[in-house]
Design a binder for this molecule. Structure first.
Ligand SMILES: *Cc1c(COP(=O)(O)O)cnc(C)c1O
Length: 486
């Protein structure tokens, strides 16, 4: 591909460096920006603007090349307007696609403050508030999981990284010898459901376990890991010379939002001395809802749990908690020395979060979560989960009552899979694919798609608590209309 050259009028600008640091300029643009964003949020909530202003990747790139050619030195507010106009709107009620939170608005100011303060958080002095709040927020989750007083953890940049970090802790704890100093000579493996998020597979491969080291256990007709097959898969791996170090439970799985039997997985892990990890990136937050915490029954048996605040817990991305049953396990994963960062190399200080995280410099993530906790109280998370789950049940009922749609499975969480079915079976995959494409290009609704048992389905994660029953019906009517006109 042709490379884009930075050229043109850049050299013609004569701004002094001081200009980039003027508080009054920040104030001026900041006021404009808050007005601009607030207006757009209102428009999005009233559905007056598209949820996705779709353009092809080439058109989008050309738009920005053109912007750079013509507008260097221009008013920043015009740039911000363009970025807003060219992005998907997660506060729009028609956002029914990926599992990204519709953030509580005040929480986003936490992001702004993190950017302005730019405290790296990895060491205490560069993140006094954020380290203090991080302990508070992660202790809150540890308690909700049901861990004892020695449970605890940290925040990190996304579920993918958190799952990898947990697998490293598992290896440190369960592989023979001292992996940190000597590496490992045995062939290691982990066991997980075939419906797990791809990042688990990726973590195993990053750690050098290869294809054989990721043992994918089949699921039942509800997309939950088959407990009855665990022993057989485990024994087979052992017979092949693998040392299984960890078993991972999905809470919930990505495609269908199904919860594994966490209790039974815990018992199996205990029996074979495996590290028990739960990928609750999407659905682990149900522990904060009285009504839905039964879905995660047994979660307290896990050695480690990942929960994304930026999925079901109203926080802007990225914002992930990795919590350990024995908080001290978190300190064992990385045993590195960094004389310039920490005076004490081997001690466990909760306030130097970089001793436990992949990141050295890290965003001040805890501020965003704590803003929600402090402003609205901890019960808001449960309210959100109950709202989103309830709406998904509502959507499922609407789908079941219609003859032109098929619901793939009863939803266990806020993820719904469905397809339009008024055509011959062998045409349905192509038809549903085309429907989604048309829908996205028109921009009024945002949904995604997936394959289940070899068939193409439309997929919606209900993430915005302000989406309504009318929005579901309007979406389905629109899909039916498109289907008849393709
Ligand atoms: C989203 C998700 C992940 C990945 O988390 P990121 O924060 O996107 O990196 C992992 N597992 C599950 C179950 C998820 O839903």
């Amino acid at each position: 591909m042709e490379q884009f050259q930075l050229s043109g009028t850049l050299t013609g600008l004569h701004h002094s460096l001081e200009k980039a640091y003027q508080p009054e300029e920040f104030r001026r643009v900041g006021h404009q920006l808050i007005d601009l964003i607030s207006d757009q949020l209102s428009q999005a909530s009233r559905k007056e603007i598209p949820v996705i202003p779709y353009r092809s990747p080439e058109d989008e790139l050309n738009f920005w090349k053109d912007d750079f050619e013509k507008n260097q030195g221009g008013e920043p507010i015009e740039l911000f307007q363009k970025i807003l106009d060219h992005s998907s709107k997660v506060h729009h009620p028609h956002i029914m696609g990926h599992q990204i939170a519709t953030p509580a608005l005040l929480s986003s100011f936490g992001g702004l403050i993190s950017d302005i303060l730019a405290n790296g958080t990895g060491v205490y002095e560069m993140g006094m508030a954020s380290n203090g709040l991080e302990k508070l927020v992660t202790d809150f989750l540890a308690q909700a999981i049901g861990y004892g007083l020695d449970g605890g953890g940290f925040l990190t940049s996304g579920g993918t990284l958190a799952n990898l970090t947990a697998m490293l802790a598992a290896r440190k704890a369960k592989a023979k010898g001292n992996v940190w100093t000597e590496g490992h000579s045995q062939r290691l493996a982990i066991m997980v459901s075939e419906e797990a998020h791809y990042c688990i597979d990726r973590a195993a491969r990053i750690m050098g376990m290869g294809s054989q080291g990721i043992i994918k256990v089949p699921v039942d007709d509800k997309y939950k890991i088959r407990i009855d097959l665990l022993e057989e898969y485990y024994q087979r791996a052992k017979a092949e010379g693998l040392q299984v170090i960890a078993l991972i439970g999905c809470a919930s799985s990505t495609a269908t939002g199904s919860y594994d039997d966490l209790d039974a997985l815990g018992d199996f892990s205990h029996k074979h001395d495996l590290w028990y990890h739960i990928d609750g990136a999407h659905g682990g937050g149900v522990i904060l809802s009285e009504k839905y915490k039964y879905l995660a029954k047994g979660i307290e048996k896990a050695d480690s749990v990942v929960i994304d605040f930026h999925k079901m817990l109203m926080t802007p991305a990225l914002n992930t908690a990795l919590i350990f049953r024995r908080g001290e396990d978190a300190y064992k994963t990385f045993q590195q020395r960094a004389q310039y960062l920490w005076d004490q190399q081997q001690t466990e200080e909760w306030y130097n979060s970089g001793k436990r995280t992949f990141e050295c410099t890290k965003l001040m993530m805890s501020i965003r979560v704590y803003t929600i906790l402090r402003t609205y109280g901890p019960q808001i998370f449960g309210e959100n989960i109950e709202k989103l789950h309830g709406m998904a049940e509502n959507f499922a009922q609407i789908l079941k009552a219609r003859k032109d749609f098929e619901l793939a499975h009863e939803p266990e969480s806020n993820i719904i899979n469905y397809r339009y079915i008024l055509a011959e079976e062998n045409k349905l995959d192509a038809l549903n694919t085309k429907i989604r494409e048309r829908l996205i290009h028109e921009g009024d609704y945002y949904i995604v798609s997936t394959s289940l048992q070899g068939k193409k389905y439309l997929r919606s994660a209900i993430m915005n608590p302000l989406t309504t029953e009318e929005d579901f019906t309007a979406l389905l009517d629109k899909i039916a209309f498109l289907a008849r006109n393709i």
